[in-house]
Design a binder for this molecule. Structure first.
Ligand code: C2E
Ligand code: CA
Ligand code: CA
Ligand code: CA
Length: 275
């Protein structure tokens, strides 16, 4: 135990140092990427489980780093949130996605992820109105994906913002459902348009003590409150079949398609339609 303790002590500082330095470097690189076109928006289609039509696409940001290759948003979004850069990134994603989606068939919706930091910035509604006006994309086809994290802090403010967004005419989806804490109470207090069932439930839906009963409960709850459900991360035919049987409305996942660049997703709309 002593040796381990000594080892921890000796390597602790330089290691922390390296972490802090790497993070700082990523932050610098991220600032550069924002200013010099290093970010890109990809789109992942969402499919109706009822009739296999593409109902919408989710905008997912990508960062092509000159040395590291593609950096995952799971890695750089938290840094962007800590530094406030997420406000700029989020605004850019929103504007870019609305412009791209203005070329889509008019029965296909656009979903955009909104960070809790953007949500409580106080200017989100204005930025959305501006992005819609600049792109001529209709509010009714824009869906904002928010997580439970935005709801935890200040109840009344969060509800006021949600109602403000609803008044613009956009749809609101609750993302990553089931991974937070306050799920049920918030479903009761605000009428979301959609619940996105987190990938972790879809993942073991087929297992022996699988999550099928949880998914069933969410689907029932949602439909009782006139909300639709989208299953995330669907990778197998079996998951798709079970989700359909459980009454889930839509699915998203590698089984149908990963996120693609704007031109590729346009091609997909055309080929999928003519099938
Ligand atoms: P998310 O919103 O839950 O997005 C779904 C993630 O699951 C995406 O990862 C997507 O590529 C991935 N995915 C989709 N289908 C499958 C599948 O079948 N199997 C597996 N294993 N994964 C699948 P991605 O693009 O790496 O994004 C990670 C997270 O980063 C997102 O999770 C979201 O929280 C955040 N993010 C991405 N783009 C943005 C953005 O523009 N703004 C904000 N605020 N957050 C973003
Ligand atoms: Ca999402
Ligand atoms: Ca999600
Ligand atoms: Ca997720």
């Amino acid at each position: 135990a002593k040796a381990a303790g000594r080892r921890t002590y000796r390597f602790f500082e330089p290691e922390m140092d390296a972490k802090v330095r790497e993070r700082r470097q990523l932050e610098t690189d991220l600032r550069y990427a924002i200013a010099h076109g290093g970010l890109e928006v990809y789109y992942q289609p969402c499919l109706s489980l009822k009739d296999d039509r593409i109902t919408g696409c989710e905008a997912l940001v990508r960062w092509r780093h000159p040395e590291r290759g593609t950096v995952s948003p799971a890695e750089f979004i938290p840094i962007a949130e800590d530094t406030g850069l997420i406000n700029e990134i989020g605004e850019w994603v929103l504007a870019t996605a609305c412009r791209d989606a203005a070329n889509w068939p008019d029965d296909i919706r656009l979903a955009v992820n909104i960070s809790p930091v953007q949500f409580k910035s106080g200017t989100l509604a204005l930025k959305i109105v501006a992005a819609l006006a600049a792109s001529n994309f209709p509010a009714s086809r824009l869906e904002l994906e928010i997580t439970e994290a935005v709801l935890i802090r200040d109840d009344d403010t969060a509800l006021a913002i949600l109602h403000q967004l609803r008044a613009i005419g956009v749809r609101i989806a609750l993302d990553d459902f089931g991974t937070g804490y306050s799920s049920l109470s918030y479903l009761h207090r605000f009428p979301f348009d959609k619940i996105k069932i987190d990938r972790c439930f879809v993942n073991d839906i087929a297992g022996p003590d699988g999550s099928a009963s949880i998914v069933q409960a969410v689907v029932n709850l949602a439909s009782a409150r006139r909300m639709t459900t989208t299953a995330e991360g669907v990778e197998t035919e079996e998951q798709q079949r079970l989700l359909r049987a459980l009454g889930c409305s839509e699915m998203q996942g590698y089984l149908f398609s990963a996120a693609k660049p704007a031109d590729k997703v346009l091609e997909l709309f055309a080929t999928h339609r003519s099938q």
